[in-house]
Design a protein around this ligand. Sequence first.
Ligand code: SF4
Length: 451
Amino acid sequence: MKSLINTQGGIDAPNLLKKCHIITFGCQMNEYDSWRMAQMLSREYVLTPFPEDADLILINTCSIREKAEHKLYSLLGRLKGLKDKNPSLRIGVTGCVAQQLGSQLFKKAAHVDMVLGPQAIYSLPRVLESLEQGKTRLALTRLTDNFHIPATAGPALERNDVRAFVTIMQGCDNFCTYCIVPHVRGRETSRPPIDIIREIESLVNQGIKDITLLGQNVNSYGKGLGEDIDFPRLLTEIDRRFPGLRLRFTTSHPKDLSDPLIECFPGLKTLCEHLHLPVQSGSNRILKRMNRKYSIEKYLERVEKLRAACPSITLTTDIIVGFPGEAEEDFQATVELLETVRFDQIFAFRYSERPATAAAGFGHKVPEEIRRERLCQVIDLQKTIGLKQYQRYENTVMECLIEKGHNMKLQGRTRGNHVVNLSGSDQLIGEILDVFIEKACHHSLKGRIVN
Ligand code: SF4
């Protein structure tokens, strides 16, 4: 859970403006959506890090992880006291859990004023206006197949970061059987390239050095736009226009990882050598039940091709253990896959059911204690593999963008997405420096500045 802190300085904000506190759960897309909501409101509100000072509290929810609803209700319970003290406080729930619950949410949390699904967040100013005009409560959760992400959300907000996210598409057409995203974010829709380029330009002008393009399946970018554009062409265009940038993207579906996209890694100077390629399972039988539409043989062939094209590429992945029907031999196939590919990092989860998904109705559920055991095994194995992978960087020099720092302690990021801890003045934030890697730790590197 993150609170968005206003870089305009919520605390010293002009008294005329109202104050908004935004709490964000979940993924980078949600962080981006929270930022866009802040932009939309910026003519009337400044952000405050303190909920007790706020005139408006927004909770931007995520339903990917377990117990999302439970977490939301417990947070709303804590916020009820603020509403009791200040009845003019507005409370809004946005994002995926809002989409799932709709107006039902008002029954359990009568102090909530508005519920907006991911497509409806762009109506936020209009909804607030309706509330001002006397509407009591509003829930907007209709998903439409013709949804378009608006070009801009409002005036550019000042930033003190060196990294930023830019959503290039929203929704998903893949319907993996365990995943709730297509049910709460709707069908895939891509933003026109011109909107993306303008947004990147504005970020670069504000000093952003590292941009991650976001989408549930960025590899299928461009579908339905009616323009001569696909994802490799979009990357090439960004590379041409912003040669000083570090460019990344997430998430990629292995079935759509094309040869032209692989060629972008050695071919485009701005594109960082890191790919997050979620595999989910090492067993073809389970991949089929998950509706992933690729085989392990195909996945390994893509990895081989990537590594041949760009030997320095860092690979990371997602793994789900204990999917319904996962027998011991299926799990062992996942273990074998981890040993074969040797990812730098994995994000491993035990399967947990999501309402409205196909897998929720599957039989042969794996007992909870076996799911937990398998998760521990996978995490332990990856600890050893990950450390070995990181040790390859010891005694080498890596290019690091210094992202943050305080009291002579700095944190940087390599092009391969490794976090590096080092010493130095915080005046170096935003610089790209050569760093000598002294030591590898489990999830980070320790280094010193070379020059
Ligand atoms: S590709 Fe699959 S896992 Fe990813 S968002 Fe779409 S349905 Fe979910």
